[in-house]
Write a protein that binds this ligand. Structure first.
Ligand code: COA
Length: 536
């Protein structure tokens, strides 16, 4: 058995420094995530007064007791729009994740109605669209716990047109055979009223659900009619008169219980039992100190693999050829996978090796796992003349067209076309997670600053103007700092370049879950129809 060894010295100053830096970054991420949770929980009194559960309590009651909830994009929109990234963090205004409900794997989205009335801001919309894409690709029922003031009117121009896509997706998901359940805990107004309208099953909460195209003040203003909220869109009205709701609950907890009962009754295949798998030979704790804080410092991705794959058993593919691009077969929590990692920039031969490996994995139906940590494709005369573009394109083509499930973990650098060839977000991996050490940008800040310095100096020379070294240095410095800030993991996760920042020690468990989801989806037969379920 070709088990990997390890040369890591956990007592070395370099390892200790890396581990300390990683722990600091992780603590920063977790602290911000905790602030979103605290912001929502701070509204407890208001919710209790209204006899309601808080949004996170709804999710906790919905999932099977003691089961895991894989939360996705908890920091969507960080530092954008109303979210200031520091004291007022909003998590995209929703809670999204995958969990078990009545033994069935489901995708859950919940309006975080304790924050800005659960309204949808631009990154919250992106998060909602991603949730729908995940439900479709992984063939998961979608449960929406709704309580939302609809579009955040301050940013309507950024969400109105694209927001239509979420409704088109609902219709298409229904037609594809993906059941959607909306539990309406409170307001679901205006455009938001179509969310339950387009769901296959709607659970109403007596005295709380309010589903109407326009609330009482707008109706008075628009057509001069005096109408109460209950007459316009109350739970009882929809249960008895319109039939917009299938089930009428007495309160939030009852609504969740009804939803669990519904899921229990739906014939949907059970979760595949995790195959028993030998643990890696080395401690996952050591993952914290392996990746250097500076992506230009050499490291060996095999040290990560040794702590990730079952029994540290890794069959390396073409080990003696293009050693900068590491490819090989292994198992993660019992699932066969093909892994690709970087030991530095991707050389032309590394590209062809990876392209061939990807094709071989596609031939055998083996899911692919990309471990990104690269400054990109090798540049310079030698690399260009060796066909860097031609060979890199083969790798990019293979990644883009590989029909097998793909998963990406951004361990460190994800620069330049390395982001593309190593299956960044644009290449539609099923899931992509970042370590706190992830850095994603077209190039490093220092390189970008040097490029612009050369461009500016050439321009001044062409115009016959003197170069002001001080001004040019200030411009370079500003650009360097900007790119460095924009490449940080928190900046990327805010923009949904990944599905969340994970603790490196959880990588194996999370990949195992994602691989199980892919395996279950492959086996699951849907029952599509042409127009989705219409409420007749
Ligand atoms: N756009 C932007 N901000 C909104 C908003 C909207 N559509 N609806 C609510 N908010 C904000 C409020 O200004 C408030 O902000 P703050 O936290 O900075 O004070 C926050 O969300 C909570 O609103 P509040 O009314 O205090 O909470 P609530 O729980 O009592 O009521 C709603 C929530 C959603 C029922 C109520 O705010 C409402 O009816 N909003 C308008 C809904 C609407 O007509 N939307 C049409 C959009 S298509």
């Amino acid at each position: 058995m070709p088990a990997l060894g390890s040369l890591i010295d956990t007592r070395s100053p370099a390892f200790q420094a890396n581990a300390t830096r990683m722990a600091e970054r992780l603590a920063e991420v977790r602290a911000i995530e905790a602030r979103v949770v605290a912001a929502s929980a701070s509204q407890r009194d208001k919710f209790e007064r209204r006899g309601q559960l808080l949004p996170r309590e709804r999710v906790a009651r919905l999932i099977d007791r003691g089961s895991e909830f894989l939360e996705l994009s908890p920091l969507a929109g960080l530092g954008m729009h109303d979210d200031d990234g520091k004291n007022n963090v909003q998590g995209g205004g929703s809670i999204c994740g995958i969990g078990l409900v009545a033994g069935k794997r489901v995708l859950i989205t919940a309006s975080d109605s304790a924050i800005k009335g659960g309204t949808i801001a631009p990154m919250g919309l992106k998060k909602a669209l991603r949730a729908q894409a995940l439900a479709l690709e992984n063939k998961l029922p979608l449960i929406a716990l709704v309580e939302s003031g609809g579009a955040n009117l301050m940013y309507q121009a950024e969400i109105f047109v694209d927001g239509g896509r979420s409704f088109a997706n609902q219709a298409r998901l229904s037609a594809a055979g993906i059941p959607q359940v909306a539990v309406v805990h409170g307001a679901s107004t205006a455009g938001g009223a179509y969310l339950p309208g387009l769901s296959d099953y709607v659970v109403l909460v007596r005295g709380r659900s309010s589903i109407c195209l326009a609330g009482a003040p707008l109706v008075k203003a628009a057509i001069g009619e005096d109408a109460s909220d209950e007459e316009l869109g109350g739970a009882q009205m929809h249960a008895e008169v319109t039939g917009l709701g299938e089930y009428l609950a007495e309160n939030d907890a009852h609504a969740i219980a009804l939803t669990r009962e519904l899921l229990d009754k739906l014939p949907w295949d059970a979760v595949v039992a995790e195959p028993s798998a030998p643990a890696p030979l080395f401690d996952a704790e050591e993952l914290l100190g392996i990746v250097p804080a500076d992506e230009r410092e050499p490291y060996d991705v095999r040290e990560v693999l040794a702590r990730l794959v079952d029994g540290s058993d890794f069959l390396e593919f073409k080990a003696l050829h293009a050693a900068d691009t590491v490819c090989g077969h292994a198992r993660i929590q019992g699932h066969a996978v093909g892994l690709i990692g970087n030991n530095g920039p991707i050389q032309p031969q590394g590209s062809t090796k990876a392209a061939q490996f990807i094709q071989a994995c596609c031939q055998s139906g083996t899911p692919l796992v990309f471990l990104q940590n690269t400054t990109g494709y090798m540049v310079g005369r030698a690399a260009e003349q060796a066909g860097a573009i031609k060979h890199g394109s083969k790798m990019i083509q293979a990644v883009a067209n590989a029909p097998v499930p793909k998963f990406t973990i951004v361990l460190g650098g994800s620069f330049g076309a390395g982001n593309y060839g190593m299956c960044g977000r644009g290449f539609d991996p099923r899931f992509i997670f970042a370590w706190p050490s992830a850095r994603t940008a077209v190039m490093g800040g220092a390189q970008a600053a040097k490029v612009m310095d050369i461009v500016n100096r050439n321009k001044l020379q062409r115009l016959g103007l003197p170069a002001n070294d001080e001004a040019l240095a200030a411009m370079s410095d500003a650009l360097r700092r900007r790119l460095d800030a924009e490449s940080q993991a928190l900046f990327g996760t805010a923009r949904l370049w990944d599905d969340g920042i994970i603790d490196p020690r959880d990588t194996r468990r999370i990949l195992g879950l994602c691989l199980s989801l892919a395996q279950e989806a492959q086996a699951r037969g849907l029952h599509p129809n042409s127009f989705g379920v219409a409420r007749l």
